[in-house]
Design a protein around this ligand. Structure first.
Ligand code: FES
Ligand code: FE
Length: 448
């Protein structure tokens, strides 16, 4: 099947609540996604706390492209394509480090990020044989590493887009910002007061990349999958369950015009009463009580939300409460993805608290986490069982709660689907369809 720029109603029918299985197994569709979605959308590529010092770098990805996040002398972050302009070799093969230049191991071209040597980050500054073999005629300024034109640092998270015409990140985010803030801010409410603890977990799952953001955006009814871990009990407090009862009504809130969505609470002005958690650790217990009290004071009458799980279109998801993490789902072929997890803690949390949180993160998430492994099993078997000739003929069913979502007052463009619905999955695939149809930004952002 080839995908052209045309209506894709036959693949995604919001009206009938069905999505073709081809989206999850088809190579042509996958190749088009790399171009139409990963080549244009804002993508999470890292966190500034991974590159705290000048010339620190961190290797990331955008779609299947390897990219280098690097910080210059002044602290600005740049995103460079990690592929030599001579024959494509990776100029950097370390996950992270500190370097003013990247020298290609193949023929030795070198690229600098030091403004004392290069006018542009990633400029080609060294070419073996420049005089003898190139006769000084190679235009070095024209052959620097490809630099991502749009890079934004939002409360420590680094986002990038290959599309020069992409809208400002905050427009792309819309009022979903409130829910992202609930993950990125300090627990005491101060802005962006979080950092990544313990590096990044990366692992591959034999499933299509879309299973994960769809799950995070609003799959509120797959608890049957987590029955065993709920019986074991891995939460912060003693007793059964994955998490503590956070004491709020979580709803399925989506942004149909933007493709984002959340399982969370509606905006409110009062803090919920402190809910005792971390009862296995008096230090963590006390810490959370103390930051709760500060939050009540700091936020005063400001509007706030609670984020259980959420997705920012296309491939970034996060948890805002417990465990507080960011995830990226990198496409790796139609039936494989590489999943990354970053774990957030308050920048000034004491070591004992960080340690308690680190252990909880590892019990819950990641390739060895008891909860995440349940989800991985579902996604990989669903992919496997959708590949067959007969299986492909039958679409997936997304009909739960169709027509029941209501607008949310005070959240621009948002709808509330209630406690349990597939509204947010429909929102996600409708956005997927719009990107895949090649619509321009003015249409995508409603600026007609
Ligand atoms: Fe990098 Fe040749 S591939 S110098
Ligand atoms: Fe799950």
């Amino acid at each position: 099947m080839s995908v052209e720029t045309r209506s894709l109603d036959h693949l995604v029918s919001i009206e009938s609540g069905t999505v073709s299985r081809e989206l999850f197994v088809n190579r042509d569709i996958y190749d088009q996604e790399l171009e139409s979605i990963f080549g244009r959308a804002w993508l999470l590529v890292g966190h500034e706390s991974l590159i705290p010092n000048p010339f620190d770098f961190f290797l990331s990805r955008m779609g299947e492209d390897s990219v280098i996040l690097t910080r210059d002398r002044k602290g600005e972050v740049h995103v460079l394509l990690n592929s030599c302009m001579h024959r494509g070799m990776k100029v950097c093969r370390y996950d992270k480090g500190n370097a003013r230049s990247f020298t290609c191991p193949y023929h030795g071209w070198s690229y600098s990020v030091d403004d004392r040597v290069a006018e542009q980050p990633g400029q080609l500054v060294g070419v073996p044989g420049f005089e003898e073999h190139y006769h000084c005629q190679l235009d070095k300024k024209a052959w620097g590493l490809v630099r991502c034109p749009k890079v934004v640092n939002y409360k420590g998270t680094i986002w990038a887009s290959w599309d020069e015409n992409a809208p400002p990140f905050l427009d792309y985010l819309g009022d979903m910002k409130l829910y992202l803030d609930a993950a990125l801010d300090h627990r005491d409410g101060s802005e962006g007061g979080s950092e990544v603890i313990g590096g990044v977990q990366r692992w591959r799952i034999p499933c299509n990349w879309k299973f994960a953001p769809e799950n995070f955006i609003g799959d509120h009814y797959h608890n049957i999958s987590h029955r065993s871990v709920d019986l074991v009990g891995i939460g912060p407090s003693a007793g059964r369950g994955r998490r503590d009862n956070e004491g709020f009504e979580s709803l399925i809130i989506g942004f149909p015009e933007l493709g984002h969505g959340v399982i969370g609470a509606l905006p409110h002005y009062e803090e919920r009463p402190y809910h005792p958690a971390y009862t296995n650790s008096p230090v963590a217990q006390e810490y959370h009580r103390e930051v709760y009290e500060r939050r009540v004071r700091n936020l005063g009458k400001e509007r706030r939300v609670l984020t259980g799980a959420a997705t920012i279109f296309p491939n970034m998801s996060f948890h805002g409460i417990q465990p507080r993490t960011l995830a990226i789902f990198h496409p790796q072929g139609p039936t494989e993805m590489e999943m990354w997890r970053f774990y957030l803690v308050d920048k000034d949390a004491p070591p004992e608290v960080r340690d308690v949180l680190r252990h909880y993160f590892l019990r819950y998430s990641g390739p060895g986490g008891l909860t995440e492994s349940d989800d991985m099993e579902n996604w990989s078997y669903a992919t496997e069982a959708s590949k067959g000739r007969m299986a492909r003929r039958h679409p997936y069913n997304y009909q739960m709660g169709m027509g029941y979502a209501k607008p949310v007052e005070g959240l621009k463009g948002a709808v509330n689907g209630g406690d349990t619905t597939e509204e947010n999955a429909r929102i996600f695939y409708n956005r997927w369809r719009q990107f895949m149809e090649g619509r321009g930004w003015s249409e995508l952002m409603g600026r007609n």
